[in-house]
Design a protein around this ligand. Sequence first.
Ligand SMILES: Nc1ncnc2c1ncn2[C@@H]1O[C@H](COP(=O)(O)OP(=O)(O)OP(=O)(O)O)[C@@H](O)[C@H]1O
Ligand SMILES: [Mg+2]
Length: 246
Amino acid sequence: MEEYIRFQNVSKVFHLTREKKEAICALDSIDLSIRKGELLSIVGASGSGKTTMLKLISGILIPTSGTVSIKGEAVHNLRQDTGNVFQKATLLPWRSVLRNVLLPVEVVKGEVRDKDTHRAYELLETMGLKGAQNMYPAELSGGMRKRAALARAIALDPPLLFCDEPSAGLDPTIAESLDRLILSLRNELGITVLIVSHSVPSILRTADSVVFMDAGQVIHSGSLPETLSAGIQKIDDFFSKGTSYR
Ligand SMILES: Nc1ncnc2c1ncn2[C@@H]1O[C@H](COP(=O)(O)OP(=O)(O)OP(=O)(O)O)[C@@H](O)[C@H]1O
Ligand SMILES: [Mg+2]
């Protein structure tokens, strides 16, 4: 598989005061290569830099130093070819499920055509949300909200899908069905998927490869079998806990 996303010596520092006296190094000199079509799990303790990494690829954040590139092209600003299921719920409460799913279409294309609405209905059906199009986010269960967010993330058929803890707070059965859904999207659409996950069962079910973060650094990246046999204590501890990492 060809290289798709590349981090070259990437650091991201957040300054907490205007005088820039206090700084947090969220990512420290990251070098990483992600291949097209792979399903990559990003794992690591809270605060280790996982969300920051996704935001640098989608152009929501820009590196303090180094370069993030997609297909050899440096990411300088917000990209429209990434679909995001954000860590925090971001469905707009005043919009129905259908109008939430159509939001990226409205923003990017400036109008919604019949074929976009048709596609949105198709996506809702794929996500098991048939009939929920006129409901509002407050009327949905947690799992339904995540699936609606997933439908919205892929409404523009992005080649890249980022899911930041998609199954956090869901019961294991629903989490498993969400995993299956993401896996089938990858298999059917051939998209590259990056999932931040704390759930060992979910990683074992879905990941082709794993990036293991610790305090802003990548301590290991490789295929799932390589990761499981890397012989690194922190990784072994994580996988032997079996359920979650918090
Ligand atoms: N906008 C911001 N301003 C200041 N600091 C930030 C900002 N975003 C992230 N950070 C800091 O950068 C570090 C990495 O944060 P990040 O959100 O990437 O962690 P994470 O691995 O996703 O954690 P979690 O598992 O809790 O979601 C943390 O110390 C966090 O406080
Ligand atoms: Mg995060």
